[in-house]
Design a protein around this ligand. Sequence first.
Ligand code: ADP
Ligand code: TRP
Length: 334
Amino acid sequence: MKRILTGIKPTGSPHIGNYLGAIRPALALADLPDTEALYFIADYHALTTVHDGAALAHLTREVAATWLAFGLDPEKTLFYRQSDVPEIFELSWILACFTSKGWMNKMHAYKARVADAGADADAADAGINVGIYTYPVLMAADILLFDTDLVPVGKDQVQHVEIARDMAQRINHVYKAELLRLPAAKIDEQTAVVTGLDGRKMSKSYDNTIPLFSSAKKLRKTVNQIVTDSTPPEAPKDPDTSHIFTLHKLFASAGEVAAMRERYASGIGWGDAKGALADKLEELLAGPRAKYDELMANPAQLDALLARGAERARAYAAPVIARLRAATGIRVKP
Ligand code: ADP
Ligand code: TRP
């Protein structure tokens, strides 16, 4: 039985890039035989950047409801909120005591923030909170607490999984025991990068997203904002240079894609191309949207579902923490 675990940071409203790049592949992984999946909402990771309480609370529920709306089965997959599992924070401290500051200095996310701050090192130090700096320690605790084998992540997170592995190795070495299981990152090379309204990578940072759950009317309006050129409607078009087509392709069947190619070749107006894409998205999103709306209308029920997941997760965590407390001398039987 392989244990797979991943964290989802609730820092923005989920968009179709998140669905294709993260949600859909993770749900498929959870369905594989001989696998046990643990998926959690990394709300304390989001606190490194989201400092609006109402927004963080709402985003956490939005993200949880999104995964459930797309079919995550909380009976099969352990689904919980990071903040509901206090053992993570205890392990985080233990790991911090075995992590050199030099390791943290090398982490991409931190280095990028330092680079953004330019030449003034003091300004950089003042502008980066310690939560961001030690973010990889908390992430390692998320992973190592559950004897995780595989961590499905995007390329940008691979370094964090590797450092978690290094921390586990160091602790096992110091105490001469297999206290922590060594995890490995799993990157899905197949996953397409979904383009946004302006043709760049779809990302909340670029404000170019198609949100998964707005109203049907709003969805259509957003699709209409996809940037196009001024080729006249009747002119033949190359589907492979159109990002409307690129998006359509990600959701349509092979037959639908072939039919669409022909429409482009014989001249389709951009308005009609957008209309067809909006129809396709609506067809796929109408069902999950209804489920999502229902979940969001009952926040107490949603919180309770996450809390039940956390209770089950804590039962897995208890023996790991007990092992570490004993080995470190924090709790040795008299
Ligand atoms: P954003 O770029 O909007 O801030 P995140 O960085 O929070 O999104 O990404 C969350 C997950 O969704 C990651 O696993 C990431 O790889 C995936 N993802 C985000 N944007 C895209 C995209 N445009 N195409 C494919 N996957 C994406
Ligand atoms: N750092 C990850 C991200 O930014 C989210 C995350 C937190 C995570 N803890 C994790 C991912 C543990 C995998 C495993 O997307």
